[in-house]
Design a protein around this ligand. Structure first.
Ligand SMILES: [Zn+2]
Length: 456
């Protein structure tokens, strides 16, 4: 090979390292760091025989430490104290707990067993130190603690395998997501729910093992494997939820997750509501998002995507209006309560809204729907008058009388689906597995144009 060509090949390999990786299944399993506790003042660990503690500050092994050990945040570092009082020292840390002999025993942190290593570090400012606990382990071990937390283990095996591949791809794509905090992934819903070794079950382990190293790719790159609980019968394109579109995430009907399809078996959490919100309740929610439009007069669905998901929800106030678009039409309903706990928004963007003042009005031009009567002109016994706030006596077409508020005081919302609807529906995957589809076929449907490939 001539020198020039060799340099070009070398340059190519440097620019496109992904090509060097290969998919021969002989690469080492990647490791990741999952945060399992943060901003805590104290952590209790149970260290079985065969493990050692190392002070990473100076690589010193803390001899003879075993059993129950308490770690406490101190301004000077981490106090490490054996429960039997055989050891007590304040160390700079981080402290690493690792296996140094062949044993099947696992370290327990706050009563939960974890595979791999544990790293305990001191964080925060001088006068307010806290501890952070990281679990450093192989991706495959991590997935054993994720799949059973993200999908019921009693579900069909092919659905569990699809979940394993989706979660593996998501984890590998998300490496470094929390880099600034010193780890890759958190163990909550923000990343993926991870429950350590105590979350494991044989069936979910089988799903992880039988798909080992397999990921979803698009044009040789890891795909964005969004998933959600149930889509209400129609998947969603990401541009109708967030902003960017992706060629393999499409909006399409999903008969295997359609609550109206009586031939499918499982409709887990497919329909919800009606939820009733008072006017004051909605005003409070808007306020918690920093939106000030004065007293709330009405809420209107302005636009829906072809799937039926709301993409423009208008809040009409006496002093202005606010349009919640795409995912915001759902998350705008969330708020922090008096105790600081976050109350969730709506289950999905696929919903309808009714008010207690919606009427059909007969006009000179025909029939028209009004969501509120306030501001309209009506013919009364005293002549033509403008309707303001308060209750209005309305005479129906059949001569019957109703009393309805001129401005809605109650809003009823009901909907379908749970989650954003983008990518794989877990419920749909289960129904497809029941119908005999393989996990590859399930993923082909939810991520059209992608491939299941061996990454390591
Ligand atoms: Zn996270």
């Amino acid at each position: 090979m001539c020198k020039k060509m060799m340099i070009m090949v070398l340059l190519f390999l440097m620019i496109f390292p992904a090509y060097v990786q290969g998919n021969d299944g002989e690469k080492d399993i990647p490791y990741l760091k999952v945060c399992i506790a943060r901003e805590v003042s104290e952590v209790k660990a149970e260290v079985p025989p065969g493990y050692i503690l190392i002070n990473q500050h100076n690589d010193e092994v803390l001899e003879g430490l075993e059993g129950e050990i308490i770690f406490v945040a101190r301004s000077e570092g981490i106090k490490v104290k054996a429960f039997d009082e055989s050891f007590e020292e304040v160390l700079t840390g981080p402290i690493r707990i690792e296996r140094n002999e062949n044993t099947d025993s696992l370290v327990k942190i706050k009563g939960t067993r974890y595979r791999g290593e544990i790293i305990i570090s001191s964080k925060g400012s001088e006068d307010e130190k806290t501890l952070q606990v990281i679990n450093h382990l192989e991706v495959e071990s991590y997935l054993r603690g994720v799949v059973p937390r993200e999908m019921p283990v009693s579900w069909y095996m092919e659905a569990l395998k699809a979940q394993a591949v989706t979660a593996r791809t998501y984890a590998l794509r998300s490496l470094g997501r929390h880099r600034n905090e010193g780890y890759d992934l958190c163990c909550g819903q923000h990343c993926q729910v991870y429950g350590g070794a105590d979350a494991e079950f044989d069936r979910s382990n089988e799903a992880v093992e039988s798909t080992e190293g397999r990921v979803l790719t698009y044009q040789d790159q890891l795909a964005q494997t969004f998933y959600h609980a149930t889509n209400g019968g129609h998947t969603e394109a990401p541009e109708n939820v967030w902003s960017n579109s992706l060629p393999y995430l499409k909006s399409m009907p999903d008969p295997y997750d359609d609550p109206a399809n009586e031939d499918i078996l499982v409709h887990s959490r497919a329909e919800w509501g009606p939820l009733e919100f008072t006017r004051q309740d909605l005003e409070k929610r808007l306020e918690s998002h920093g939106i000030d439009i004065g007293p709330l007069m009405d809420v209107k669905i302005r636009e829906k995507a072809p799937s039926g998901r709301v993409i423009d929800l208008e809040f009409v106030g006496a002093e202005g209006s606010y349009n919640a678009s795409r995912e915001k039409s759902r998350t705008i309903f969330s708020y922090a309560d008096e105790d600081g706990n976050n109350q969730p928004g709506l289950n999905s963007q696929m919903f309808d809204l009714e008010t207690n003042s919606r009427v059909f009005i007969k006009t000179a031009e025909g029939k028209r729907e009004a969501s509120r009567l306030e501001g309209t002109y009506a013919l009364t016994a005293e002549g033509k008058g403008r309707i303001n706030e308060g209750n209005v006596h309305v005479k129906g077409a059949g001569g019957e009388s109703f009393i309805i508020p001129a401005v809605p005081t109650s809003f009823m919302i009901s909907g379908f689906g749970w989650g954003h609807g983008v990518g794989m529906s877990q419920n749909g995957a289960h129904n497809r597995a029941i119908a005999g589809y393989t996990y590859r076929e399930i993923m082909d449907f939810y991520y059209p144009g992608t491939k299941v490939e061996r990454w390591y």
